[in-house]
Design a protein around this ligand. Sequence first.
Ligand SMILES: Nc1ncnc2c1ncn2[C@@H]1O[C@H](COP(=O)(O)OP(=O)(O)OP(=O)(O)O)[C@@H](O)[C@H]1O
Ligand SMILES: [Mg+2]
Length: 466
Amino acid sequence: MSIRTLIIEDDRTYARILERITTNEGFEPAIARTGEEGLEMAKEISPALVLCDIGLPGIDGIEVVRRISAKEPGTVIIVVSGQATVENSVEAMRAGAFDIIQKTSDQDEIKLRLHRAMEAANLRRQIEYLNMRDRDFGEIVGESPTMQSVKKRIEEVAISPSSTVLIVGDTGTGKELVARAVHRLSIRRNKPLIAVNCAAVPENLMESVFFGHEKGAFSGADKTKTGLFETASGSSLFLDEIGELDLRLQAKLLRAMEEKVITRVGGVREIPVDVRLITATNRDLTKEVSNGNFREDLMYRINGFKIDIPPLANRGNDILILARHFMFTFAKQLSKRAKIIDQESEKILMSYSFPGNVRQLRNLIEQAVILSSGDILGPDLFKGITQNRESSTTGVIDLWSQKGVDTRSLDERWNALEEQKKILEDEENILIEEALSTSGGTKTMAAKALGISRFALQRRLKKINL
Ligand SMILES: Nc1ncnc2c1ncn2[C@@H]1O[C@H](COP(=O)(O)OP(=O)(O)OP(=O)(O)O)[C@@H](O)[C@H]1O
Ligand SMILES: [Mg+2]
């Protein structure tokens, strides 16, 4: 593959020389004669390499370099100069040039510099890629063999752009983090991941949320609305708590996955969608299938690639690595001094069962940092779990191990709510309009049908300007 190259040089003879050298070295040169033309062509052909003369008529070379490197920071720019001085070299580098070549240099020297610049650019790209990868895993902390294999699974599936991914793990094990990592490491990463929690959307609104609706599909649907599948086309769609989906929607979801088309509620047109589906559940889907709560064919369909996330208690030393990670994060956030977890506390943490997994550990450390007064987190700050452990053996209820307790921190719960709020508000308006039209516009009746007070309905109507 030849490297697209732009030569910006008003001196025809020298432009020809550069053209010959670059062609011989496997580059694919195009020539511009003025700064303006150079900028124009740079936009058109997006060159990987630009060779730019300093003394150009019109916009001068330094300015051209500045503009190209601002637009396309990845482009390698080499400045060519009749008389390279220290001053104009510095200026060229500042403007974004990688190197400066004297017009008096011989061919070998020029070749050498061209290749050196391209190698440096490749290296830079590689480093950027590695940094990006590190950053994208950055959020997932843990070195235990089980977590290493989770990370390996994420990388494996990220590169196949359409495979469905099923993430299975107990509450608080990091399913959402894993879903986001799969998306970010995939070629779909330039578009945002669309995420929705199936347990948070009321059943009767689900179909419209997923697939959208046409104008007039039902009373209240006064505008066409696209659903999540259409929005996520070209990207990934994360359906959290997939086990909560009712059977009717399961059938529709299966069809969307198999035929790669959706139909909006009230519509007939089939709309093609290209979505990578990532799902998560803390239920045992096989069991749900045998209980008749989950379609077997859908289970196979979403299970293109399964990632099992182990409970925190099975991750050995990761407990301490995570504990320190959270300690530093919260200490910084809360301007606290905490920087050491003492040995006794480490023992307490290592022997605790963590039914709420990483989320519980995170909240525990947050509390400990808040209550701490010096550099050290000591065992008195972890009384909560030691007492609970003792109390559960004495028959007193251990809150953490009770099923159904929401172990998320308040701000986590708040953020999740905010996310769902927008979807719900839209749908709420539709319900209100539907209630009003069935009641023939009588607010008292509509409010009754909605199960809210007339006053609440009025406030709501005022808000949406009805
Ligand atoms: N390996 C990890 N490294 C750092 N933070 C983590 C890790 N795993 C989980 N967390 C943190 O723990 C909290 C819970 O994680 P997450 O929401 O991904 O869990 P979940 O499995 O989706 O839980 P649920 O089943 O309740 O939805 C989040 O604050 C997340 O950032
Ligand atoms: Mg989750």
